[in-house]
Structure formats: structure tokens, C-alpha cells
Design a protein. Structure first.
Length: 434
């Protein structure tokens, strides 16, 4: 479960968005058509959560892919948030965090970034019937792009899909048609996670995942690694997805879930960072990273799992970390650095700093985010060693991550000294020696 909600709305933004939404609702919806010449298959923009208001690169790209400034019409869906009745601050526009106020907040943001119109689509777990209403379908049909907000991705399952059948509501079917015809579908945190296919993660922390493994279901214990076998909306099928990765040290749970469920690739998204999937669902599908941090790509095709002393192990995971502007072909698994980045020739002989908290434990008062990616980047930038280790803060047992340079490991730099992106480190996880 992702509990990280968007920033709280400001009064002026709410008033403006509510007025514009009311005007738009009063007008008969027009059917939107894909832009002339746009290839089949629209665009996904999946953000790892923590999307900052000032991230003009990501917001601007969503607007651009929806038709551009002055033309884009964005439908905002926030059913992952609690409904108004469950928000104790619902009456306070400066503190509220529910489906309605979050929807109006994002709508105002998209208009700030140039959308001609942005509207909240009024569906949440207390208004499930709206997902099959003609009015909501007409609203969706009038849009050229969509944004799914954060909260709890399971609420999207219960509000936009039909229960155990896991079939589309009329609104979700309309969104799916629009994407296939060229629209953009974006989301942050739970709004990105819900794009997953089978085995969508529902919660869990890395240490508990490595120690105990994964279990199908949805659990009150937020540290327990759970997943939904039926998945989310199935819009993204290049691999598993995870979010808030570096901020909450979720690399371990991402690898464990992929190994447990038989997936050979997982994309783990950092905060304020997105993967843009162009021509989604077609043979021409391609990925590009946008934003502040990076996207970890774990390739498990050659991975081997086992046990040591009764505890889980994995070896031969290929680990790549891609940053702003880098591209990735999901069919060939080939990464291409962004313009302006060049190959890094390691010249420093500085050893990799010790890492005693591989997955940024909540129990470690001195822990640092982006722990594993920091160790990996330091390893690719030094000549002092070919391997580096990072241990979990937790013990009984402690786990150790071993990172190893391969013959085909590559690093790219933007400043000539430090690693910005890298591909094909080898990673393994084992119980730490006593």
C-alpha cells in the first residue's frame, strides 16, 4: 500500500478549479480524437510518487502528450484517496486530503501547466456506481489525457474494476480505449502502481520481504510483502512495477517479488521521477526516464535463488539505474544514455564507503535514502575495487547485498567525475556471515 498523498490543496487553487469544473460540466462533452499523424498506442507517464508541484518537466510532458498547451483536456481520477466522509480535515481546504479535494488540486495544477481544461472525475470507493454511469463515461470521452493520483492502489481496483471478476467498469474501458487511440495516461505513486499487470505489489518492506517472502493478498501489516495475483489495470506489461523506491529502500522487495512470482524484470521508480512509455502496448513501445532521480531496472533472466542456513538467497541479478533522458528498449533490453551524458572512465581510487543500511530502514535513526543506488554508483566510479557490499540494518538474520562489476558494466556521467547512470552491475543477496 502506498500511503503518500499529494500536497494539500490551497484555497485559491480549489476555488478556481471548482469553478472551471462546474463550467465544463455544464457544457455538452465533445468527443476527443487523437492528433493527426499520431501512431497507434498512446503514452504512459508513470511516476514513482512524491511528484513535486514544480516538476515542470513531468507535468509539461503530460500536457504535451495530451495535445499541448491550450488544447490538452485532462481527466483527474483520485479514487485511491479516501472519500470526503473519511477525511477529518475535509472542511479545511488547506489540510484536506480526500478524493474530491485532491482531484480539484491536481486539476488546478494541470491548468497551471497549460491544459485548456482539467476536471476531476467524481469516482471513489463511496461512489463506485459512478464508474458505470453514462455521465462519467461522457466526461472521460471528452478528455485527451488522464492522471491517476496517489493513495492506496487497491481502492482503484475496488472502484474502477468489477470485483472478483476484475473486469473493466465503463469508465475504465473508456480510458483504455482512449489510450489505445493515442491519449496519455499518467499516474503517481498508487496511480502509477495501478498500471501494473499480474502480481501488483500491495505493500511490504525490503527486509521483511527478504526474510519472509511474499504472500498473495492485502495485509494490515504494512511491512509484509503482499501482492495481487490478478494485478491492476494491466496497462504496463514490460515487467513488474514498484514506486517510492530509493526513498523507502524498496529495491529488496522489488527483487523478491519478481523472483517469487516468476517475473524476469522489475522497474523500480524513484520519487519525483517517471518512466514515459511511448506507443504503449505496441511493438514500437519505448521507455524514457524523466525527472529528478532514477529508475532501477532489475533483470532476473539469469538469476538463481536458493537457501543458505535456511534463509533465502539470490544471485546473478542484473542491475541498471537510468536517469533523466535515458532511453530503454523493453524488447532488446538495451539502454541508451541521454544526450549530454558520456561514458565514464573511472579514474578515482577512492574506496566505496561502507553501507550498513542497504534498504534505508525505518528503524535506523542515521539512515540515508537512495542507499543501494548510491553504493552502486560509487562502485562504478572507482578503480579501487570490483565489488562492494551493503548490509541490512536489521539482523537475526542480517542480509548482505553484493554488487559486482561485470565485463559489460557501463557507466555514464554528466559532469565527467561522478556516475549519473549505469547498466549491468551484477547483484546478489545472501544472509550475512556471523
Amino acid at each position: 500500500m502506498n500511503r503518500h498523498l499529494p500536497p494539500r490543496p490551497r484555497r485559491a487553487a480549489l476555488v478556481l478549479a471548482a469553478a472551471l469544473a462546474a463550467l465544463a460540466a455544464a457544457a455538452p462533452p465533445a468527443l476527443a480524437r487523437p492528433a493527426a499523424g499520431r501512431p497507434a498506442g498512446g503514452t504512459l507517464v508513470l511516476v514513482g510518487g512524491g511528484l513535486k508541484d514544480g516538476n515542470s518537466e513531468i507535468y509539461g510532458e503530460i500536457v504535451a502528450k495530451a495535445g499541448g498547451a491550450g488544447k490538452a483536456r485532462i481527466g483527474v481520477l483520485t479514487a485511491a484517496s479516501v472519500p470526503e466522509s473519511q477525511d477529518p480535515d475535509a472542511a479545511d481546504p488547506d489540510r484536506c486530503s480526500n478524493s474530491r479535494c485532491n482531484g480539484l488540486y491536481y486539476a488546478a495544477l494541470f491548468e497551471h501547466y497549460g491544459a485548456a481544461d482539467a476536471q476531476w472525475v467524481p469516482i471513489d470507493v463511496e461512489h463506485v456506481d459512478a464508474a458505470d454511469s453514462d455521465a462519467a463515461v461522457a466526461q472521460v470521452e471528452s478528455m485527451t489525457g488522464f492522471f491517476f493520483g496517489g493513495g492506496d492502489q487497491y481502492r482503484y481496483v475496488t472502484s474502477l474494476l468489477h470485483g472478483d471478476a476484475h473486469t473493466d467498469s465503463k469508465v475504465m474501458a473508456a480510458v483504455r480505449r482512449k489510450l489505445a487511440a493515442g491519449a496519455v495516461v499518467a499516474g503517481s505513486s498508487a496511480g502509477a502502481q495501478i498500471a501494473s499487470g499480474p502480481d501488483m505489489v500491495t505493500g511490504g518492506d525490503s527486509y521483511q520481504a527478504l526474510r519472509d517472502g511474499s504472500t498473495p493478498g492485502y495485509f494490515a501489516d504494512p511491512t509484509r510483502l503482499g501482492y495481487l495475483p490478478q494485478g491492476g489495470f494491466g496497462l504496463f506489461d514490460a515487467g513488474l512495477l514498484d514506486t517510492h523506491t530509493g526513498t523507502y529502500g524498496r529495491e529488496g522487495r522489488a527483487i523478491r517479488l519478481a523472483a517469487d512470482t516468476g517475473h524476469d524484470r522489475v522497474f523500480a521508480l524513484d520519487e519525483d521521477t517517471a518512466i514515459e512509455v511511448e506507443h504503449a502496448g505496441t511493438r514500437g513501445e519505448s521507455l524514457r526516464v524523466l525527472g529528478t532521480h532514477g529508475v532501477s531496472v532489475f533483470d532476473l533472466r539469469a538469476a538463481r535463488t536458493g537457501t543458505t542456513g535456511g534463509h533465502w538467497t539470490i544471485d546473478k541479478v542484473r542491475y541498471s539505474y537510468l536517469t533523466d533522458g535515458d532511453r530503454y528498449d523493453p524488447r532488446t533490453r538495451h539502454a541508451q544514455p541521454a544526450a549530454g551524458k558520456r561514458p565514464l572512465t573511472a579514474t578515482s581510487d577512492t574506496p566505496v564507503p561502507p553501507n550498513h543500511d542497504a534498504f534505508y530502514s525505518a528503524d535506523d535513526p542515521d539512515g540515508r535514502p537512495y542507499s543501494i543506488s548510491g553504493t552502486a554508483r560509487a562502485l562504478t566510479a572507482t578503480t579501487a575495487q570490483r565489488t562492494a557490499t551493503a548490509a541490512t540494518f536489521e539482523s537475526a538474520p542480517a542480509f548482505e547485498v553484493l554488487l559486482r562489476k561485470r565485463g559489460d558494466t557501463r557507466a555514464w556521467t554528466a559532469d565527467g567525475t561522478t556516475t549519473a547512470s549505469f547498466t549491468d552491475l551484477e547483484a546478489g543477496v545472501h544472509p550475512a556471515a556471523d
